[in-house]
Design a protein around this ligand. Sequence first.
Ligand SMILES: [Zn+2]
Length: 396
Amino acid sequence: MPLRFDLSGASENATTHSRVTTFAAPMACGLQPASTRVLLHKEQHHALPQPPAQKLTFTIGASSHQAGLVRRFADPVLQRFGIGATPLDDTKCQRADDDANDQYTIRGNQSMCWAVLFKNNTGKKHPKSLLGDFGHAERLPAWIHLISGTAFGIYAAIRPVAITKEHTAAELWTTMSASAVSFCFLSSTIYHITSPSEKLAFFTRQLDYTGIYTAIAVGSVADYAIATRSFQNVSILSIIDGPLAALFTCAFFLFRRGLLPSSDTWSSYLGGCTVTFGLFRRMHIDKAHTGARQATSFLLVISSFVTTPSLFINLGLDNALVIIGLELGCLFAVVLGIFMDNAFVWPDVRLANGKGPLVLVCKPCGCIGSAHSFWHILSVVAAVKGAIGREFALSC
Ligand SMILES: [Zn+2]
């Protein structure tokens, strides 16, 4: 249930005619706070000259159907993918979320792990599915992060004995950042395996996000340790700045998740009329705060560039340029992945409409190279580039 505070006493001079207004309130560490939502409710003017008393409330945990600026702009895009509220004409097409075509829901007593990763038996044939008869839309994203998470775990485990020569703070934090990336990718794997379940995904989606915030926070400390030669002549505040920002952001969204009923966020993707099937997915989406989540994540990612002056001072011009080039490469990979997954949604829409590229479809293995799979690949590319950049900087 949303928390609602009556602020009517403060609304005496309010003259807004809009029912809902979204404000950006200041937040620590320079992050923009689309995260805190202030809703001003004004009752409709039904009669003049005495308008009814205004009702002013502050709400955290608003349900997804309440309008906001982000939602207003996002709705047309969401509706295009079957997430929005516009009903489709069921009589003219076959829907991807019909029981006959739905390969996302795990049927019977199958293990979710087995069904997602290896063989998903719905008890039906799926001749029009790009996944074949036994595939699952989460299989490729899950495998990508399972393999990369394991690889980063091995890298983190052997690094202190095989790579590190001096056990400095910079070396320690570089190893910890590799562990955090491993935790992030393995958390993502757990989420993708459990995402067909509304109840399990309620928790594992937050585990997935917590993994991302952890990787960003630990990575920012590692970058700062390297750029300052193991924190030489720096204040404690500059070290904990990045982790604190990540902690506040993570805590806010966890708190908000706790206030939102599961049914308010359980949505579908590409569930409408399609020519081919297999790309239909379900997930928890906090539609009112999607923009806030993405904007704060982007700010956290680019915060690592605050180390740029220290890199030039401590590592020299040439080395600093190489490291910054790698960091910009990471940023480009992350931004490209986010755009592919959220804005272009390529190739999902084209594939669902039967237009290809079919080279991204592997029916025997039950996988599709979906937009989210590309996001996973690009996130791994960014993590590898980041690790190479840190190793290079440590060798300077
Ligand atoms: Zn994912």
